[in-house]
Design a protein around this ligand. Sequence first.
Ligand code: HEM
Length: 145
Amino acid sequence: MGQTLGDIAATLILLSGLAVIVGVVLIRRGDRVWHPRVMLTATVLAALFLVFYLLKWGLYGTTRYVGPEEWRGAYYALLFSHTLLAALNGPLVIWLIYNALKGRFAIHKAWARWTVPIWLYVAATGWVIDLILKRYGESAGGIRF
Ligand code: HEM
């Protein structure tokens, strides 16, 4: 069950990253109708990811890295950068949407230049971390069903 929740979460974050790429392509093509729709879909997918991730965390606890020692530093650097930028991404996305809905597109565009790469980094590393822990992870506690 814990593995299933993790797989769902990893799929959702990956889909949200893909939706962001599609949303950027759409606005580059001048599509002001589908750009917001696709970006809001990406936001919902990221929010759903958070729900499944927190559910897994709450029910099954965290997963400890038990892979090769020489990769431990690199793994934790990846995990730290992922977590930090994921926390930053939330307020940035709310700010982006707020400005877009207010019609302040110059501000929206300026912040989007930073937010999009951060979002894509978070999505890609989240997926990579899930793959690493599938191979080299060990449950660090929590309730198991
Ligand atoms: C989190 C969600 C969003 C992200 C990540 C995002 C991202 C972006 C990016 C990267 C650009 C600039 C593309 C370029 O380089 O030319 C852009 C432009 C734009 N976005 Fe968004 N967007 C989001 C949500 C929205 C929403 C909800 C709306 C509408 C209500 C919207 C409307 C626009 C418009 C109209 C532009 C063109 C601005 C201009 O060229 O002056 N966006 N967005």
